[in-house]
Structure formats: C-alpha cells, structure tokens
Design a protein around this ligand. Sequence first.
Ligand SMILES: *[C@@H]1O[C@H](CO)[C@@H](O)[C@H](O)[C@H]1NC(C)=O
Ligand SMILES: *[C@@H]1O[C@H](CO)[C@@H](O)[C@H](O)[C@H]1NC(C)=O
Ligand SMILES: *[C@@H]1O[C@H](CO)[C@@H](O)[C@H](O)[C@H]1NC(C)=O
Ligand SMILES: *[C@@H]1O[C@H](CO)[C@@H](O)[C@H](O)[C@H]1NC(C)=O
Length: 300
Amino acid sequence: MGPYPGMVLLLLATFLVGNGVSIPTTVEGPFMPVTRRFDPSLRKRSDDLPMHHPRLTKKVPSIFPEQISLALSTPHSIWVSWITGDAQIGPKVTPLDPSSVGSEVQYGTHSGNLTFVQRGNSSVYNQIYPFERLLNYTSGIIHHVRLQGLSSNTKYYYKCGDSSLLAMSEENSFVTPPFPSPHSYPRRIAIIGDLGLTSNSSTTIDHLNQNDPSLILMVGDMTYANQYITTGTMGASCFSCAFPDAPIRETYQPRWDGWGREMAQPAEKISLVAAPCNHHEGCELVKDVTNEAYHIGSCF
Ligand SMILES: *[C@@H]1O[C@H](CO)[C@@H](O)[C@H](O)[C@H]1NC(C)=O
Ligand SMILES: *[C@@H]1O[C@H](CO)[C@@H](O)[C@H](O)[C@H]1NC(C)=O
Ligand SMILES: *[C@@H]1O[C@H](CO)[C@@H](O)[C@H](O)[C@H]1NC(C)=O
Ligand SMILES: *[C@@H]1O[C@H](CO)[C@@H](O)[C@H](O)[C@H]1NC(C)=O
C-alpha cells in the first residue's frame, strides 16, 4: 500500500459518528451505502510517535502479559496471543527461554468465574544482522493459545498468562461471531489499511474503539518498522534515499512492540483478521525477518 502511514482509513462504522444518526448494521442490511467525507487533516502526514510515547511503552512488570490480541480462527475458535518478558536490542542480545513462562488462558461465560483452562505454546524470534554495525534484536516471549469449541454469538471472559507464577492479565472479554449463514454475519466490520504508528494512527484507533466493531479487518501495512535503521533513527518513506549507506534494508523491530501495545486496546477485545502487504515482504535480506515478526508476533 502507499508510503504514508496512517493515511488511509476506511472504517465503515465511523461514517455517521458525530451527527447522532446510527447506521444499520450488516445484519439489518442490505441498505444504501453511506459515505462520510474524509477528514482532510488526516491527509497531512503526521510524524511517527516516539518509542517513549505513553501509548507505546510497556506498562506491566516483565513476566506479565502485554500486547494481548485476538485472532479469529474458525467460527468456533479464537487465538489469544500475548508477549511476556523484555525484548532486547543491541550488540549482544541473549534470547529469552520460552519455557520459562507458561501459556495459559482461563475463560468462561461469567465474569469472575473462569472455569475453563486452555494451554498453548510460545517462542521467541531473533533478528540477527550479519554486519558488525547493525544492532541485533531478540523478542519477548510470544505466546499463542487457541480456544476451541466456543459457542457462537456468546460473550466470553478471559485472563491470560501463567497462574503458577501468579502472572495473569486482568480479565478481558470478547464476543464470538454468529455462525455464518446467508442471514447471519458479524454485526459491524472495521476495515483499516496503512495504519502506521503516527499521531493520526492513534486518531484512527480511537475512532475504531468508539465505534465498537465486532471484527477488524487489516488490509495491509501496519508498523512501517522497515522505514527505520536498527538504531531507531527516524523513519523514511524512501529508505534507500534517506539511508544510502545502509548495507541492507534495515528495520527497527521495537516498532512492532510499540504497535502491539497501541493496538492492544481494540485487539484484546475484538478479533483481527490481517493481510500482509508490501512493507512486510519483498524487502531483500530482511524479508524473512519481517515476515517472522508478522507471523510469530501477530498470528493474525
Ligand atoms: C493528523 O496529523 C496532523 C499532523 O500532525 C495534524 O495536523 C492533524 O490535526 C491530525 N489529524 C487528526 C484527525 O488527528
Ligand atoms: C549481530 O550478530 C551477528 C551474528 O552473531 C554479528 O556478526 C554482529 O556483529 C552482531 N551485531 C552487533 C552490533 O554486534
Ligand atoms: C461457575 O461456573 C460453573 C460452570 O459453569 C458453575 O457450575 C458454578 O456454579 C459457577 N460458580 C459461581 C460461583 O457462579
Ligand atoms: C504447540 O502446541 C501444539 C498443540 O498443543 C503442538 O501440537 C505443537 O507441537 C506445539 N509446538 C511447539 C513448538 O511446542
């Protein structure tokens, strides 16, 4: 997609926000499409948020879950993913041991009474550059648990983490989609592309939260971590113009962690379905690394 982070947003549910008129949901349709004029102030290209911005910083002690996200798997199953431990970037990085923290989700249909438990597994990924000047990265421990046999159209409450370490998350909830049929589908779907990690991206995420979608479809390009060099020096839409001396296309993987934190507010309650795009692949040597961040980290 285009090189302007945060520029494109098509969020069906935002169209009538602000004028007090509610739009029909997909289940009430079909209805005439409604469009709302694009806010031109979103087109001006805002700067990336710095890594120390409160929306991007880690808020929990090391072994507690963060960057929690849900991904719809089938009509009756959902992946719950999260990260524990601290990512490292620098000349000498030591990967964390994924077996040091368990992957457990406690869930149920009544708040405070999470009677079911499901376990999954975890991994770390490393971005090792074969050049002395480029900093290496190793991720936190990335956990995935698949909840199966869920009822349709049902509200579930859950906590994730490792109960043996007394390191469980706060209770969250999600609603499973209706079982798909010609007359039954998600109530409201948010569609986002080219999200990025700028102040305008935050506006977009706030709109999304306000509109309470039942599913989020990401049509590509998320963090733009590949517009950075490994020191975290400011992003550039044309990497080779901005960094003509870079030996290969670099990335700054901590941007993915920042993105995971920025997105957790919707994603710990609403399932994401995501498609990769050009900023996630086709980037020469870094291709496998960025794809790994995308697949292992996000599991969307
Ligand atoms: C988008 O970012 C630009 C530049 O920072 C700012 O002027 C504009 O107000 C922002 N628009 C919204 C809706 O956040
Ligand atoms: C990153 O790791 C590679 C492989 O071990 C090494 O060659 C390179 O020098 C490391 N980078 C730094 C900055 O130490
Ligand atoms: C918790 O849920 C279980 C199974 O659904 C049920 O048998 C039990 O009575 C519930 N306990 C409380 C305190 O609601
Ligand atoms: C992860 O869990 C699944 C299902 O429990 C299992 O089949 C798979 O082998 C596990 N993978 C690893 C890397 O442990």
